[in-house]
Design a protein around this ligand. Structure first.
Ligand code: TXD
Length: 311
């Protein structure tokens, strides 16, 4: 039976995600947005690309949440990017309202779906989605670590002039300046990164990874990255739909792992047909563990700020 994937939000990340899903033959795609006509137009345009690119996924654009019924996976990309003059808490409240509303529709129309959250601020939007869908925690997963990690892999590959596919890296923690690139686990085909690069070059890569999203925002000026974010979300969806059990860094609700409870942060998880099938607790160096816990504390501060808001 063909799989069904719904993508909520037909903007830059959402429409690119829909296209990549079709190109990987992962199933039929429903693209949903509040803007009338836009998801329908983009969906039709992508569907008409199929005969040339050799995919036969249906890509249906819609403004009606009834069309997401029966989805195996729902990817949530709806939300506003920050604009000049807007405070972080403005964005927090507004996107929480949007993701909260979207999550209620998911609960009503696609109650068996696995939800992949992309909207920012990512770790907080995962908590909103978990609360508003009422789904078990294994079925609400945030995309950020795969993106931060692919950026770091590219920077390492550039520095060493090697194929980025051979670079294995791991970035944990909240999706923001407090993310934690775990240098002790980075390798190039099994060779520890620490044997290939001096500390100061590694530190520069870590810093660039932390600011990787901002680097692209500064270049684009009118929005944020979307090709690598969409590819990252699709890598997660693929592992779920094919039950491939990839081990990927994703935002998961922690329950005591790493000494953290009650919030989503990026950790390595096994992704399969049931969603998060296992959370791995890596033995981290003391400073890395402290950094991960500090990152979780920053996520909790935002969660507390949200509790005081109406959304
Ligand atoms: O690593 C990550 N997790 C991220 C997160 C990487 C890249 C982008 N990240 C965040 O994803 C970004 O900060 C935003 O919060 C979302 C979506 O980013 P995108 O670049 O796609 O933003 P757009 O192009 O503005 O698209 C957002 C769409 C737009 O078409 C709106 O009309 C729609 O969301 N939208 C809605 N759709 C459905 N339902 C509701 N309520 C709604 N409100 C807005």
């Amino acid at each position: 039976m063909r799989k069904k994937i719904s993508v909520i939000g037909g903007g830059n990340v959402g429409s690119t995600t829909a296209l990549f899903l079709a190109e990987k033959h992962l199933g039929d795609v429903v693209l949903t947005d509040i803007v009338e006509g836009m998801p329908q137009g983009k969906g039709l345009d992508m569907y008409e690309t199929g005969p040339i690119h050799g995919y036969h996924s249906r890509i249906q654009g819609t403004n009606d949440y009834k069309d997401i019924a029966g989805s195996d996976v729902v990817v949530v990309t709806a939300g506003l990017p920050r604009k000049p003059g807007m405070s972080r808490s403005d964005l927090l409240g507004m996107n929480a309202r949007i993701v909260g509303e979207v999550s209620t529709h998911i609960k009503n129309h696609a109650p068996d779906a696995i939800v992949v959250v992309v909207s920012n601020p990512l770790d907080i939007m995962c908590s909103v989605a978990l609360e508003m869908t009422g789904f078990p925690k294994e079925r609400v997963i945030g995309m950020a670590g795969v993106l931060d990690t692919t950026r770091m892999r590219c920077f390492i590959a550039d520095e060493l002039d090697v194929h980025a596919a051979d670079v294995v890296a791991l970035v944990l923690g909240g999706h923001g300046d407090s993310m934690v690139p775990v240098i002790s686990t980075a390798t190039v085909s099994g060779i520890p990164l620490t044997q290939l690069l001096p500390r100061e070059r590694i530190d520069a890569i870590v810093e660039r990874t932390r600011k990787g999203g901002g680097e692209i925002v500064a270049l684009l000026k009118t929005g944020s990255a979307y090709y690598a974010p969409a590819a990252s979300a699709v890598e997660m969806v693929e592992s779920i739909l094919l039950d491939s059990r990839r081990v990927l860094p994703c935002a998961a609700l922690l329950d005591g792992q790493y000494g953290i409870s009650g919030c989503f942060v990026g950790v390595p998880v096994k992704l399969g047909a049931r969603g998060i099938e296992q959370i791995y607790e890596v033995k981290l160096a003391d400073d890395e563990l402290k950094a991960l816990q500090a990152s979780a504390a920053a996520v909790k501060e935002d969660l507390d700020a949200l509790k005081g808001m109406e959304y």
